[in-house]
Design a protein around this ligand. Structure first.
Ligand SMILES: Cc1cc2nc3c(=O)[nH]c(=O)nc-3n(C[C@H](O)[C@H](O)[C@H](O)COP(=O)(O)OP(=O)(O)OC[C@H]3O[C@@H](n4cnc5c(N)ncnc54)[C@H](O)[C@@H]3O)c2cc1C
Length: 336
């Protein structure tokens, strides 16, 4: 059981900044995210796109904003439960909540902040009949820890940045013993320099590039041992491998928060704008996942919402204490 003051479901920019504001009030946080890395939409959808409306930054790449937020919250040592979707919130007799993830990890805290953005990102899966039977037995839809592939044979599938970047990484860092990249089309959708790098690595025999082809079947006794790949011109052939990693992108869905007895409106969680609390006392919703009159889905608005929500959370946790706002210039940022 991970015990903390605030469980934050969603490690997007809003969840991350909330750790900072909570830390100033000496409240500890643990973030849960179904993705393998923090940053939400900024990391997953547009890490290289500049953002122009973060106060104080005339322009900042979304990925750099997340790096900065991680640096900013580091003194407060938040816990991270990554690669695990939160699937349930249960109230205990002690007026705390237990949040359980799909992998069974349990977290307990008096406060839950839902910063789930567009919802859970679910992987787009290729249409292969027995795919599910091999999940976590050689089939992975995201790379959480590249070390898992050390000295293994790996087949990555996909034509976007994610597939290209991971194929390059596993090859250049000498992690996998063999890297194949299978893509249905003849050309790639990813960044031009990544495409060129893959072509260069293929020409020097370091990546086995298989285009105009699709993985059709998975074989193996309890784990992935080989794949049937259908090539447009050459027909079917067998490829031995230890891992099959289809990286076809992620699609967001409101996910389990739709079933948590929270008041939902327009596919988002309805909140009270005095403190962004939901209809369940102790549970707050901040960032893109909430809705109220005049809601704007902007990072800057989410930062404001998280800031007010932790003030209210502090009052719930410490009803006896009076919190007087002090600027960070007075107290500095003293971490835990
Ligand atoms: C292409 C594009 C460009 C944009 N440009 C700008 C811009 O210039 N300026 C701006 O202000 N905004 C911009 N936005 C919007 C901005 O990205 C969002 O407002 C912001 O990401 C919201 O942050 P968030 O933390 O609320 O949610 P998100 O970034 O969506 O993060 C939510 C996280 O919660 C996780 N999650 C959800 N449910 C669960 C669950 N049950 N269990 C575990 N994890 C869960 C998700 O995996 C995700 O990582 C842009 C959006 C897009 C798509």
């Amino acid at each position: 059981m991970i015990k903390t003051d605030i469980i934050i479901i969603g490690a997007g920019p809003v969840g991350l900044f909330t750790v900072f504001e909570a830390g100033l009030l000496k409240l500890k946080c643990n973030l849960i995210d179904s993705l393998a890395q923090p940053g939400g939409q900024c990391s997953e959808i547009y890490p290289k796109k500049p953002i122009y409306d973060i106060p104080g930054f005339p322009s900042i790449l979304a990925g750099d904003l997340i790096d900065n937020l991680m640096e900013q919250i580091a003194p407060f040592k938040p816990g991270f439960t990554l690669g695990e979707a939160a699937i349930s919130i249960d109230k205990t007799e002690n007026d705390t909540f237990i949040v359980t993830t799909i992998k069974g990890t349990k977290h307990e805290a008096p406060i839950v902040m839902i910063a789930g953005g567009l919802g859970v990102f679910e992987p787009r899966k290729p249409p292969i009949e027995n795919l599910e039977a091999y999940e976590d037995k050689g089939v992975e839809y995201m790379i959480k820890d590249p070390e898992m592939y050390r000295n293994k044979r790996v087949v990555v599938a996909g034509g976007g940045d994610s597939a290209l970047d991971w194929a390059i990484y596993l090859t250049e860092k000498n992690i996998a013993s063999e890297v194949s990249l299978v893509h249905r089309g003849a050309s790639f959708r990813g960044h031009l320099d990544s495409v060129q790098k893959v072509i260069d690595l293929s020409e020097t025999g370091k990546i086995n590039l298989i285009t105009e082809a699709e993985v059709k079947e998975i074989h193996g006794d309890g784990k992935v041992e080989s794949l049937t790949i259908k090539h447009k011109r050459d027909g079917d052939f067998n490829k031995e491998t230890d891992h099959f990693i289809p990286l076809f992108g992620l699609k967001p869905s409101l996910g389990p928060s739709g079933d948590w007895d929270l008041e939902i409106e327009k596919n988002a969680i309805k909140v009270d704008t005095t403190d962004y609390s939901t209809n369940i006392p102790g549970i707050y919703a901040i960032g893109d996942i909430n809705t109220y009159e005049n809601k704007l889905k902007l990072i800057l608005c989410g930062f404001h919402e998280g800031t007010l929500a932790v003030q209210s959370a502090f009052a719930r946790i410490h009803p006896e204490k009076k919190n007087v706002l002090k600027y960070t210039t007075v107290n500095g940022v003293s971490g835990f």
